[in-house]
Design a protein. Structure first.
Length: 292
């Protein structure tokens, strides 16, 4: 049986997240920098020649029956007319409702891996177009590079960032993305910036951005709303501050993160929090699995 084993689906952090407007259809316009980190879910794929699709959770009770993995696989079948299937085993490690893109990353990895397993030969842009219908963050993970992000999340400019170490703290509670974006007090008119203000030079065709300038420049417009809905976010930020770490919420939360410029004692967190040290990544582990 043909298999693809130990296939990575990395999480992301938003170095900042600004809401710059809202379209007539209700979608919010954003500016952000999405950064890949080496905190990953792992997926395994077994070919099913008869065309069936199934998913097995290696961490029981984590996902609903129809998650983004199966939706991505089904969308790829429908887009290509492929009559093959797969059994997908998912080892879920990235917390849910964290603002780290775990579900979108799983979907992107499924599209990339099944494109290879089924021998479809779709290019990156074709996979990204399928992924966009599943979620606004999916094309970022298919793109495979850290990125300056605009629009509703579909306008990506690949960038290079220097290596850095981070701590991510996720409380037990989550927050509804829909509730945050629909909150009447959400800031929706942050002034737009241009990537040229942060690009230091051009390396191998990629704009290289200054990490410290990006962190100092930005904020997360969703954070005040999330803090009101989920006070645990404030507790996590205070916990980081007590360790001289400047924290910020990622995405629509509720995970917060901080850069670690030196070793820090991260003991003493509540038992139901997740505290995880990680490094950023220059590229997605599957970058070379599809072509431009």
């Amino acid at each position: 049986m043909r298999q693809l084993l130990n296939v990575a689906a990395p999480a992301k952090l938003n170095l900042f997240l600004h809401v710059t407007g809202q379209r007539p259809d209700g979608y919010h316009l954003l500016q952000s920098v999405f950064m890949l980190i080496d905190w990953c879910d792992t997926l395994h794929f077994d070919l099913r020649p008869e065309g069936g699709l199934s998913r097995e959770d290696m961490q029981p009770g984590k996902l609903p029956p129809e998650d983004l993995c199966l939706r991505a696989a089904r969308a790829l079948q429908q887009a290509t007319g492929c009559d093959m299937g797969a059994h997908i085993r998912l080892d879920k490690r990235i917390p849910a409702e964290a603002g780290m893109g775990g579900g979108s990353s799983n979907a992107a990895t499924c599209l990339i891996a099944l494109n290879r397993l089924w021998g479809l030969g779709l290019k990156r842009a074709e996979l990204a177009a399928i992924g966009l219908r599943l979620g606004a963050d999916v094309p970022f993970f298919i793109g495979g590079r850290n990125a300056w992000v605009e629009g509703v999340g579909e306008q990506l400019t690949p960038i290079s960032l220097p290596p850095a170490r981070f701590v991510v703290v996720k409380p037990a509670t989550g927050a509804s993305t829909q509730a945050i974006f629909s909150a009447p007090n959400l800031q929706r008119a942050t002034k737009t910036a241009t990537i040229q203000g942060f690009a230091a030079n051009n390396t191998q065709g990629l704009l290289t951005c200054d990490l410290q300038e990006l962190l100092a420049f930005g904020h997360n417009d969703l954070q005040p709303v999330a803090e009101a809905l989920c006070p645990d976010v404030v507790e996590c930020l205070d916990w980081l501050s007590a360790r001289d770490l400047r924290g910020r919420m990622t995405g629509s939360g509720t995970a917060v993160f901080a850069q670690m410029l030196q070793s820090v004692d991260l003991s003493g967190a509540p038992d139901d929090w997740v505290v995880h040290e990680c490094n950023n990544m220059d590229a997605h582990p599957l970058l070379d699995w599809c072509t431009d």
